[in-house]
Design a protein around this ligand. Sequence first.
Ligand code: FAD
Ligand code: NAD
Length: 471
Amino acid sequence: ASQAEEKDLVIIGGGVAGYVAAIKAGQEGLKVTCIEKRGALGGTCLNVGCIPSKSLLNNSHMYHSILHDTKNRGIDVGDVKLNLDAMMKAKDTSVSGLTKGIEFLFKKNGVEYIKGTGTFASENEIKVALNDGGETSVVGKNILIATGSESTPFPGLEFDEERVITSTGALSLKKVPESMIVIGGGIIGLEMGSVWSRLGAKVTVVEFLNQIGGPGMDNEVAKSIQKLLKKQGMEFKLGTKVVSGDKTGEKIKLEVDSAKGGKPETLDAETVLVAIGRRPYTAGLGLENIGLELDDRGRVVIDSEYRTKHSHIRCIGDCTFGPMLAHKAEEEAVAAIEYIKKGYGHVNYGVIPSVMYTHPEVAWVGQNEQELKAANIPYKVGNFPFSANSRAKTNLDTDGMVKMLADPETDRLLGCHIVGPNAGEMIAEATLALEYGASCEDIARTCHAHPTLAEAFKEAAMATYSKAIHY
Ligand code: FAD
Ligand code: NAD
């Protein structure tokens, strides 16, 4: 084992949090090392999360559209077949292109990249078990923990990634299952459920709460997307809790209970996707060697400057507080490096957008209606349906709406909730408006190009203080 020179910063984890911090640190002139055990950079997001799921979502949507949505567009197609192998290869190509891109950016910014598993030997020294065998150690003036998260297991239903799967298995099934039960109607359940439903599986989503979409989705929007997904063939069992599972038979059996105390039921399927949330991942990191605590949900405890109780050791991304989102991790990465380099940094946690990449997409930023009600904050609503938007009409893609929530006195935007085509791109405008404290009138008096879907956004803003023109 060789003793390396002391670095300004050692980062454990090369996911979005870790790799963005490494590049930023390089740009700021810090001597930085990033340790990643996966063998590829980009973490969950690039390897088994955001990127491969969006590849399958995009291509399964095209396949489904070609099967069901061409005749009224004047396109006659012949025999349409699914080539799942090729669809998976297209996904792998996108992933490997992007992960290699980060290696290039590491080189460009002078970041040292060590492939191995890092463990705290002391408060400044990280021992690394190298992927290729052997061991090394790195010493850092500052250390950044960015070890991410993992799927929460369901007791009694062990993952084999073929029949009982996490999102990772759902990204690489070898054939389309005849039936799939998704436990958990959050973002992963609905995105991956959509993929396999479009490719031909009979998908049933079992959700404990009375609403799909996971935390943060506006009630009205959640109801609306549920209806649309049902129209596409997905089944929903809401207010239903999976209590136990049995994978010994040919089909997997699940015992479910109605949350309202109805009759227990047994469901079965060829494949079960467990999507009941993710939990912070810090196994093997040796936090106990340096006396760092986790909270009751396994998150590394930090202060508002991302410092653990050892102030030179910081933590960002999925393994600490806040929403488990790649863009949140990225913002924290930049802020953490700014704290180290300059002593100040900032992330506005009230203005982090969320996007669910189903079709139509669902996107939101700021507060939703149920949160405003619960907090007794007065608000007014502006709605605009895509069925009244010229571009959505020409695209024959009119499901959904834009919903704006604004302060009744000042007209300041409080939240925006969109279900509709391209909602994920459109939410950037709402995010900017919220960040700048815009009023809905500011938005509505800003000229929007015609014909665009964004005009629905403008008209929903108009509807909060006046009337929409086209509805
Ligand atoms: P991770 O990406 O998990 O990276 C942590 C890295 O640390 C891993 O690569 C791990 O191998 C490494 N590591 C852990 N311990 C050690 C150790 N001791 N030594 C060395 N290396 C170590 N978010 C979005 O914003 N948009 C999306 O569309 C989206 N889609 C998703 C789809 C799926 C199926 C999943 C599962 C997640 C999705 N997410 C999405 C969430 C997103 O992937 C995470 O929020 C993001 O990856 C968090 O980044 P991170 O760097 O904190 O953690
Ligand atoms: P989630 O928290 O969004 O949803 C989990 C759902 O499972 C909840 O609605 C919960 O009520 C339900 N549930 C829990 N136990 C259950 C049981 N026994 N029976 C029935 N239902 C049960 O978690 P997720 O969908 O697994 O996603 C994990 C994380 O990954 C989230 O933080 C999410 O933001 C992130 N992610 C984001 C994107 C995106 O931004 N597009 C995509 C995928 C994942």
